[in-house]
Ligand binder design. Sequence first.
Ligand SMILES: C[S@@+](CC[C@H](N)C(=O)[O-])C[C@H]1O[C@@H](n2cnc3c(N)ncnc32)[C@H](O)[C@@H]1O
Length: 338
Amino acid sequence: VTLNYFLVGAPRFLADLLEAELISRNLNFQKISNASVPAPVPLPLAIAIAPTANNRNDEEIYLVTAPNDGLNSISLIWAQWIGPKAVVTSFTSISQAAKILKAQGKLWVNLSKMSTGKAKLISELLLSPKKKALKPFAPLPEGPLGVWLLLSNETLVYSSAISPSLAPPEQFKFEETKIPPSRAYLKLWELLTRFPNLTPKPNDRVLELGSAPGGWTWVLGYQLKTQLTCVDRGEMDLEILKLSKAEWIKKDAFSWIENQVGSTLPYDWVFSDMACEPQKLLELVKKIISNNPKCKLICTIKLNDRVNLEILDQFKAILHSNLIHLECNKHELTWWLI
Ligand SMILES: C[S@@+](CC[C@H](N)C(=O)[O-])C[C@H]1O[C@@H](n2cnc3c(N)ncnc32)[C@H](O)[C@@H]1O
């Protein structure tokens, strides 16, 4: 049965936020917890089942009913991956299940929480993506990628068309380095590797707001060789600043920008990882866009205890922009406009 469904995944710590978002966007959903029920699952909706421990037990998976015209338009801030056009189908044998999946694609991630028994035997007949660490800025493994799980011992659900940049998060692990003074560089590595068109070219003029101590500075200035200006009222790592050939303006970014926007800001890109209220960042971003509509922006939106979906939707509503939760993001989101 082909259903108007999406498979959506999020780590457990985001589950409440994702569920609130699904409800607020009027999407119907079922949480799929595991696959160990031997009886046939009533279709069209799959039913939740007891979780058992394995390496994916920190993730919640949802079967989301898409609006009739919404197969391509669904976009959820808190989903870490989205599998379009999910299919629920019954099967009679392990080899038949594997055959169904192989006919739809080459690489498969097994999402069955109970990866013993049938699910394990099926996954042994399938190819899965290599688990080796990614190299920053290198091409992602070829896609598309499929995800699947068993809803029961004779019911399978899968989505075969996930693009590599929107694949389940365990695909985006890097080998870390100790050179930069903070681990924030991992967010940029992840973003620019998943979405290579967001990578500034050497000598592009880049403004970096909230740059201290300098993890992003190292990526932007040293690794990518941009012409970099950093603004932070906190202390930068001076070694990294030198290595990155970056200028540092030790000021409050908001008042500094205020003083600059009398004329067009001379930057191709503005990056911000500044710790500030989402509302304040939104106003700043709008000011920068109206000052220099050609400027591309990449910002972390830092969240506090009360997440305001309305403000996030105002970011999303800015034409040609995107808002996602990266694997490396904690209580924050990444927004960009190019
Ligand atoms: C998460 S840290 C940035 C980490 C940095 N991206 C890195 O890779 O090392 C947030 C920074 O925002 C800066 N910040 C917060 N409010 C600011 C403001 N109004 N003006 C300038 N910097 C600000 C803080 O000083 C802090 O260094």
